[in-house]
Design a protein. Structure first.
Length: 711
């Protein structure tokens, strides 16, 4: 299984490298404060050269090689207005550059500015953020923008002559009109000392910052909870205290650090081992890790033959593969999060039990005989934790089981949540969300004299994450129908068809339906944009149904959806929605499984091969293993009421022939298994005249399907 995962990712699962950027530009300058975009393709950093502070930019090319850094000269024009520019920060998409600047004027303050990159990749003149609670008479620096662009974090301080200023972290949220709301200081348990250098991770939940107090300096991370509050900060293990600034991308765990070595500060890049990526809370880390691993596992490789792809995917069920990744990340969390030198233990000689407490976990209890307790205590900092199992249903993770090995003992000291030594403070399992998990990594040679017999081991992810039950999924439908037109002849059935199909989907299949009636072309695109802005789970589905007039232009060899406002005499087709635009827009909706049905004249020209020539029906896929198999491949499928011809509207109030057959299929409710597949749906429509057309578009994966599961 490990080889399967490695071949899928194209990289080793456990990689670690560290190198500086010297091979790129060999800079002898003072290069600091790196900022990188979320995709890992754009890097901006500050460099002191010729007595001035400049920003330089480097970008990755198609071969993922860094370009020679170039100075951002658009800032040169304001050099006379600013004493110094510093602490650059990029938005997730790399299109916005936030930074701080000291001014030459008498205000003696530093304020936050933002510059934007245009579509042609040119930077425009920066502007000062206009909010008096953000830019004050004090100094503001180190901006950090959330991935959605809605939350800005920054540092505020007042210089102290002959002393060190005290920093504090503030945040502001963007208003609906694009302006920034008033700044708020983060709570005292974050600003506990001098807190600076905030970095909000692209997950929007993990805030890193540098904390300096009486105990020294330490990089910390705090997680934002669902109610908007912040949990207690914990130390970050993968960044040492001599790193003054850093930035991390979402790509391959790349981290850019500013380190001071031999009195010189410069930028270096490190590829983190996966078991060092602690920028998520444990529960969120497991969810995100498993989701991304499963997504990669289910994707067909670029150079992977269909036969090899099917063999690989069929080699393990979704549940088995998910269990594997859960086990894998559990071990990584234990390896990375637990610094055993910071673990406290207290011994109860009456019960012969050690209570083991670590700040990131619930306490747990290990039975150790009296004759071994003293040695166990002395060597505890050298302990190794093997095959840990956690539960993530509370604010802090808790051990369900763990095997602890010390160098001086052949025995394995074990903890099981079901042991007779269970204490009240140990976490109780949530029986409703528990699932059983085999141990793929346990060695049969591990010996234990005190390990109790345990038949099953359990994980608990709380109410939000349950592997034994099907992963959380939701079905959406966007239904667009037009029978009233400004210039085109009105139709009699599209709205009636759409309303009936919508009702069927809502009442009997549990779809969340958004019905758009008689829209203009702008309203059609707006409805699609709304669904493109949603966040979807991997197993979510989106069904799009469009009914109304359609048109075909033989000159452009292009089909069009006719909106309410479409003009009959419009040679440029500016008042229509072209099928090519529709393909692009729908393909880019971030939902894994999309099925488009078009009941309109010339709907078949949605497929460009039909628009330019006579096309063939796409072969029906075989029906196997149903839901867990059907939804493992990315879906971009369509079904239209005809090819390159007119289709009938039908008699008033009796539905179009296409809609009637579609409803007939829905009302069969999938037969005995209550699951209606694409193949079954086609059986109802294939005898229609003109013949409906079906096929794939965008980045549809082989073997994909779309299913309707009746209640």
């Amino acid at each position: 299984m490990h080889k399967i995962i490695s071949s899928l990712l194209g990289i080793s699962l456990f990689f670690s490298a560290h190198f500086s950027f010297a091979q790129v530009w060999n800079s002898s300058s003072y290069d600091i404060t790196p900022a990188i975009s979320a995709d890992g393709k754009t890097l901006v950093f500050q460099s002191y050269r010729d007595g001035w502070s400049y920003f330089y930019e480097s970008r990755k090319d198609s071969a993922w090689q860094w370009s020679e850094p170039k100075r951002l000269k658009f800032l040169d024009g304001i050099a006379t207005e600013m004493d110094e520019i510093y602490t650059p920060s990029l938005s997730a998409d790399g299109r916005q550059l936030f930074f701080s600047a000291w001014l030459f004027d008498e205000s003696e303050s530093a304020d936050l500015y933002v510059a934007e990159r245009t579509e042609d990749q040119k930077w425009v003149r920066p502007r000062q953020i206009k909010n008096k609670t953000i830019n004050t008479e004090l100094y503001e620096k180190s901006p950090s923008l959330s991935a959605d662009g809605m939350d800005l974090y920054f540092v505020r301080f007042k210089p102290v002559r002959g002393g060190k200023p005290k920093y504090s972290i503030w945040t502001a949220r963007k208003n609906e009109d694009g302006s920034w709301g008033d700044a708020q200081k983060l709570p005292a348990h974050i600003n506990n000392g001098s807190a600076s250098e905030p970095k909000i991770h692209y997950n929007g939940k993990s805030l890193f910052f540098l904390l300096e107090n009486k105990e020294g300096s330490q990089w910390m991370v705090s997680q934002r909870l669902k109610d908007g509050s912040w949990e207690e900060a914990t130390p970050v293990n993968f960044i040492s205290e001599n790193v003054r600034s850093w930035s991390m991308s979402e790509f391959a765990g790349t981290i850019f650090k500013e380190k001071e070595i031999d009195g010189k500060r410069n930028i270096s890049i490190a590829l983190l081992p996966e078991n060092d990526m602690l920028f998520l809370s444990p529960k969120a880390l497991v969810e995100d890790y498993v989701t991304e691993k499963m997504r990669a596992w289910q994707q067909r490789g670029k150079f992977e033959p269909s036969s090899a792809y099917r063999k690989r995917v069929n080699s393990a069920s979704i549940l088995e593969q998910t269990e594997y990744y859960v086990r894998e990340i559990a071990q990584k969390i234990a390896n990375a999060r637990i610094n055993w030198s910071k673990v406290n233990n207290e011994y109860d000689p009456d019960r012969q039990v050690f209570q083991i407490t670590y700040e990131g976990f619930q306490p747990f209890y290990v039975k150790v005989p009296l004759d071994k307790a003293e040695t166990f205590d002395k060597e505890f900092k050298n302990i190794q934790c093997k095959t840990p199992i956690f539960t993530f249903g509370t604010e802090k993770p808790a051990f369900v089981s763990a095997d602890l090995q010390l160098p001086s003992f052949d025995d394995t000291f074990s903890y099981r949540q079901g042991d007779v030594i269970q204490f009240e403070s140990a976490l109780a399992m949530n029986e409703q969300s528990r699932f059983e998990l085999k141990d793929y990594h346990r060695s049969s040679s591990v010996k234990s004299k005190i390990k109790p017999e345990v038949e099953e081991e359990s994980f608990d992810f709380g109410d939000d994450f349950d592997i034994m039950a099907p992963p959380p999924r939701k079905d959406y439908a966007l239904v667009i129908a037009t029978d009233e037109y400004d210039q085109w002849n009105n139709l009699v059935n599209p709205v009636n068809d759409a309303e009936t199909i919508s009702k069927e989907l809502e009442e009997n299949y549990g779809f969340e339906v958004n019905f758009v009636k008689n829209p203009t072309t702008a309203q059609i695109m707006s409805a699609l944009r709304k669904f493109a802005s949603k966040k979807y789970n991997f197993y979510d589905q989106l069904f799009i149904f469009i009914a109304g007039h359609g048109q075909y232009d033989p000159i452009f060899q292009e089909g069009y959806i006719v909106g309410k406002n479409s003009l009959i005499h419009d040679e440029g087709k500016t008042t229509y929605v072209s099928h090519s635009s529709l393909r692009t827009v729908i393909n880019n909706i971030p939902c894994e499984h999309i099925f488009l049905a078009i009941d309109a004249c010339f709907g078949g020209t949605f497929d460009p091969t039909i628009a330019s020539s006579r096309g063939n029906l796409y072969d029906e896929i075989s029906k196997q293993d149903f839901v867990d198999r059907k939804l493992q491949f990315k879906t971009r499928r369509y079904l239209t009421s005809g090819g390159k011809e007119y289709v009938p509207d039908g008699r008033p109030g009796h539905h179009s022939p296409f809609a009637r057959k579609f409803l007939e299929a829905l009302r069969n409710y999938g037969g005995d298994d209550r699951i209606l597949t694409m193949g079954e749906l086609l059986n109802y429509t294939e005898r229609l005249e003109p013949q409906p057309r079906t096929g794939e578009f965008g980045d549809n994966a082989p073997g994909s399907d779309f299913i309707f599961i009746s209640k």
